[in-house]
Design a protein around this ligand. Structure first.
Ligand code: ZN
Length: 475
């Protein structure tokens, strides 16, 4: 910026300020007072030293463990959450029913029959049908990615087991997942269209361990249902080496997956009541369910624990806040955002009371940046937040925040969202595997997360601006 421009922008600032102070425009929303800011600093520092988040996570992963939707542990997790909310001093604790179809994993085995017989480490993808009695045994046809399968001629696929080998790229923000995951979601549909008997994929994950990654797959109406499973990454590499030798490869696959009975679980909700704006809500939370292979420590026990801890620590400091702080633990995220959709439907009438939301569903890595989704009048408040986040090593990102998965239905109805970006470099080493266990969580990093969520929740609960989204972003 040139000196001239600098002078001119100062002049514009003076004119603008005098117009505002002359009440030509309505007053901008009041920022947090020094006293309120000091309270934020106080709880932020307490949270950073507190072990509460880790204690909650230890409790969930030990006393409940894996909690796949529709299992007895799903019910147990709901009871655990209600009790934990109460123990943590939440003012109001309740649950809202969510009903869904269930899926049962059953046995899962695979082996290379020829040319080099050996077992493969494999896991069924969530929602898949099982193989026929006795399993399927067929020649493998390999594709680099889903697009290659879509482009292929049906006669090259018919009667075979499709193998999609796309490799997920490791990134800090998890961007590699979106690029790779279509093989998991749509592989079975595209394979079935061409007459394949089953589909196997390289796991959507970044590790080099012999643990396959499960995750949701889907069928399409009008297309046949074929079984779908994921190979661990080292097994996928092994299969590639064998295929490269140019011989026909035959695999035998047995999956006992099937549907179970319709099941009712619950979104479990805890709230800390506000004062002058108690009807307005600051939302935070995570999903209570997990996949069945690990104990769901990073997905999403961490999100559950750290948001419960954040709200509890604010209360424990005796701080009164204007808006209410609501922690939502959503049911059955993994099999299609079922609890999140039920919540948004149930709360369609009071959706406007949901001022802003932030979900933690990306593990327990340190938070490095935040992003907002507000209009110009709230920018001075965002600048205040920037100052309070800075000591946690969290820098200001853009004003284009997107929703966490369980906030998608509320976001679609117009709620504003806030994003605390975690370092997810290692997240997809563990995601949806048997390796997703408590030992992978760094208690200090989890405490930093709790601390950041106290700053988010308390500041947005105290701020008098409406935090609405820019018009063009409203869906
Ligand atoms: Zn998750």
């Amino acid at each position: 910026m040139s000196l001239f421009n600098k002078k001119r922008s100062k002049l514009v600032l003076i004119i603008t300020t005098s117009i505002i102070s002359g009440s030509v425009f309505s007053e901008p929303p009041k920022l947090l007072t020094d006293k309120e800011l000091n309270q934020v600093v106080q709880v932020r520092e307490v949270a950073l030293k507190s072990n509460l988040g880790f204690q909650i996570l230890e409790s969930l992963t030990t006393e409940v463990g894996p909690r796949m939707a529709g299992t007895p542990q799903d019910t147990l997790a709901v009871k655990w959450a209600e009790n934990k909310f109460k123990q943590l001093g939440f003012d109001k604790v309740w649950k809202e029913p969510v009903t869904y179809d269930t899926w049962v994993r059953g046995i899962e085995t695979a082996e290379i029959v020829s040319p080099y017989p050996q077992n493969l480490h494999i896991t069924a993808l969530g929602g898949t049908v099982g193989t026929p009695e006795g399993g399927v045994k067929a020649q493998v046809v390999h594709f680099e990615n889903l697009q290659e399968l879509i482009k292929s001629k049906a006669d090259t696929v018919k009667g075979k087991i499709v193998f999609i080998s796309n490799r997920m790229e490791r990134t800090k923000n998890g961007a590699g997942y979106g690029k790779a995951v279509s093989a998991r979601g749509k592989g079975a549909v595209e394979g079935a269209k061409k007459g394949a008997v089953a589909v196997i994929i390289r796991s959507i994950g970044t590790d080099t361990h012999r643990v396959p990654h499960t995750g949701l797959m889907r069928y399409e109406e009008g297309t046949g249902k074929i079984p779908a499973a994921a190979l661990s990454n080292p097994d996928a590499d092994q299969l590639m080496r064998i295929l490269k030798r140019g011989q026909e490869v035959t695999i035998s696959l047995k999956l006992g997956a099937h549907t179970g009975p319709v099941f009712t679980s619950y979104n479990v909700i805890g709230e800390m009541k506000g004062t002058s704006a108690a009807d307005e809500l600051v939302v935070l939370g995570g999903h209570l369910d997990s996949w069945d292979l690990g104990t769901g420590a990073v997905d999403d026990g961490a999100g559950v624990a750290l948001t419960m801890a954040a709200a509890s620590l604010i209360k424990a400091q005796g701080i009164k806040h204007k808006r209410s702080i609501r922690v939502i633990l959503w049911a059955n995220e993994e099999q299609g955002l079922v609890g999140a959709k039920a919540y948004a439907k149930e709360h369609a009438k009071d959706i406007k009371q949901h001022t802003i939301g932030s979900e933690s569903d990306f593990g327990a890595g340190r938070i490095y940046s935040f992003s907002s989704l507000v209009t110009a009048k709230d920018m001075p408040f965002i600048a205040q937040m920037e100052t309070l986040f800075a000591p946690l090593g969290i820098t200001r990102g853009d004003n284009k925040a997107g929703p966490g998965p369980d906030l998608i239905p509320l976001y679609a109805k117009g709620m504003s969202v806030f994003r605390l970006a975690q370092d997810g470099t290692d997240y997809f080493d563990l995601h949806h595997t048997a390796d997703d266990t408590l030992d992978k969580v760094d208690p200090a990093a989890l405490a930093q997360n709790v601390s950041a969520y106290t700053v988010y929740a308390l500041m947005t609960a105290q701020y008098e601006g409406d935090l609405v989204r820019p018009k063009k972003d409203k869906k």
